[in-house]
Write a protein that binds this ligand. Structure first.
Ligand SMILES: [Zn+2]
Ligand SMILES: [Zn+2]
Length: 243
């Protein structure tokens, strides 16, 4: 708990910092929580007057209503520090916002819980929208990786498609990820190519059983396709403990 002066690489002394609090959040005074809440959620302004986080809207073809991610602005810090009674408290912004959400809800945190991301933005930039995270153990966090989420069902072998299918098997809460319409499964693309080169008649599906079977095979194709390029789709694994 005693860190007062840091030396930079050049050997010069940097500004004197307050000692850092090493207690877990469960032992923080209420005033610390309130200070974090005021800065991050009420004001969302740092000492320079800039926002800690800004909204990052979802693409147009997104099937999820509230998928608006939050991120630090360009050049902004990814962490937040407050000082209370001469002690410094700091956390990455995404983790602090999840902690604040749990604090507001009076939710007790398990020491092993991680900030598990439900949305796709856990790489490149880490989304800090508290509604896009859930405290989960490592096993559940990892299980969300490679989730295809909502899948657009394309027409296939004369069967109608044209709707979003919820393929996530995780949660609650379920993953907020989706496979874009532009991502056409290989078998569907082959089928499309074949139907444009032959004379076809359009048939309408009459039994629900047939429709479901077809959807399942369509989903499998989509899953396979998604695994090839799952960087954008994987929905969790910020493998850092909340405390
Ligand atoms: Zn997000
Ligand atoms: Zn999922």
């Amino acid at each position: 708990m005693s860190k007062s002066t840091k030396s930079s690489k050049s050997g010069k002394l940097q500004r004197k910092n307050s000692p850092r609090c090493t207690n877990p959040p469960s032992q923080w005074p209420q005033a610390v929580w309130e200070k974090f809440y005021d800065q991050l959620e009420v004001k969302n302004r740092n000492r320079k007057g800039n926002p800690y986080w800004v909204k990052y809207p979802a693409p147009d073809d997104c099937p999820i209503d509230d998928l608006c991610c939050h991120r630090p602005p360009a050049g902004g810090s990814i962490g937040i520090t407050i000082v209370h009674n001469g002690l410094e408290y700091n956390r990455p912004i995404f983790r602090m916002r999840l902690l604040l959400k749990c604090w507001k809800e009076g939710k007790l945190l398990n020491k092993a819980d991680q900030a598990s991301h439900l949305c796709p933005n856990n790489k490149g930039f880490i989304c800090c929208n508290p509604e896009h995270m859930d405290p989960e153990p490592d096993k559940d966090n990892k299980a969300r990786q490679r989730c295809p989420g909502w899948i657009w069902i394309h027409p296939y072998q004369g069967k109608e498609g044209g709707y979003w299918y919820p393929a996530c098997t995780h949660g609650p809460p379920t993953c907020k990820v989706f496979t874009p319409k532009t991502k056409v499964p290989i078998k569907v693309a082959e089928d499309m190519a074949a139907t444009t080169t032959t004379t076809t008649t359009t048939t309408t599906t009459t039994t629900t059983t047939t429709t479901n079977n077809n959807n399942n095979s369509n989903n499998n194709n989509n899953n396979n396709n998604n695994n090839v390029d799952n960087d954008k789709m994987s929905c969790s694994s910020t493998e850092e403990f909340l405390n």
